[in-house]
Design a protein around this ligand. Structure first.
Ligand code: WAQ
Ligand code: MG
Length: 257
């Protein structure tokens, strides 16, 4: 599903469903599109495609939360987690410029993890990852784990699934995400080593700015990455550990960079 007003992005969502679930899924997507905190859409597009092959099954990334009190602290924390994965300071700065930008993108920016250059074919639109879902049993078990942490919401489950698919791409080293919903102020960074790391207060309440960035390994085949993100069906079928609050030192050790 995607919803916009005069071409300006409002919201989007995707899922994998069995044939019997499709009708309800369409209704749910329609309801979501019409009741979005970013405003009332002028256009809603819902498209349905039949999968020809069994989806690739993946695990969720490990999940934890780092305590954080302000956008400035969030940027420092995110930077340290990303640099521990080898992402350059230039690339981190380029990524924050994207998520703080005034123009909402429908998809994610692709940023070179070394030089920080933008690599996506359409910089206004970005790359929208699609064709992903969470297996029924896995989503129930994930809900139980997240409930214990007080964060069992669609927002967290969908973002964790999306990050797990994206980091499954050869050549995607990390992700930075800030919601574009005005009241959702928790963002995350995701890397292979640290997993999905939630960062509260990554933006000020009330701001409609936000976005996603995938950090791309130097020399990676961007066309293949885009193809994987947009088209490869992925089902999240297994879970990794979901932890509560962790400190930065527990996560990346005291090694500074
Ligand atoms: N593929 C690529 N980029 C996307 C996708 C997608 N499927 N969906 C959203 N984006 C981009 C797009 O630029 C949006 O403007 C931006 O991300 C933010 O999307 O654990 O709600 O749906 O509590 O607003 C993080 C949850 C929630 C943190 C993120 O993002 C937590 C969220 P939103
Ligand atoms: Mg949003």
């Amino acid at each position: 599903m995607r919803a916009s007003r005069g071409g300006a992005h409002i919201s989007g969502a995707e899922g994998l469903f069995t044939e019997g679930e499709v009708e309800k899924a369409i209704k749910d997507f329609l309801r979501r599109a019409k009741n979005h905190p970013r405003g009332e859409p002028g256009e809603i597009f819902i498209s349905v495609e039949k999968l020809r092959a069994k989806p690739k099954e993946l695990s969720t990334l490990r999940l934890c939360t780092i305590e954080c009190g302000s956008p400035a602290a969030a940027r420092r924390l995110a930077g340290r987690v990303l640099r521990a994965e080898g992402i350059s300071s230039k690339a981190v700065a380029a990524a924050f410029a994207v998520v703080r930008g005034a123009r909402a993108m429908r998809g994610a920016a692709l940023v070179s993890a070394t030089g920080g250059a933008r690599l996506e074919p359409d910089m206004a639109r970005g790359v929208r990852a699609s064709r992903l879902g969470i297996d029924k049993k896995a989503v129930a078990a994930l809900g139980r784990r997240l409930s214990r942490l007080g964060i069992n919401t669609m927002t967290v489950k969908e973002a964790l699934a999306l990050a797990s698919k994206a980091l499954g791409a050869k050549g995607v080293l990390a992700e930075l995400c800030v919601s574009d919903d005005p009241h959702y102020t928790t963002g995350y960074v995701a890397t292979e080593k640290s997993g999905y790391v939630r960062i509260p207060n990554i933006k000020k309440r009330g701001s409609t700015r936000g976005g996603r960035v995938y950090f791309i390994k130097h020399g990676a085949d961007v066309g293949r990455i885009v193809e994987y993100l947009e088209r490869k069906p992925v089902l999240i079928a297994r879970l990794s550990e979901c932890k509560g609050t962790r400190t930065l030192d527990e996560l990346i050790g005291s090694a500074d960079s």
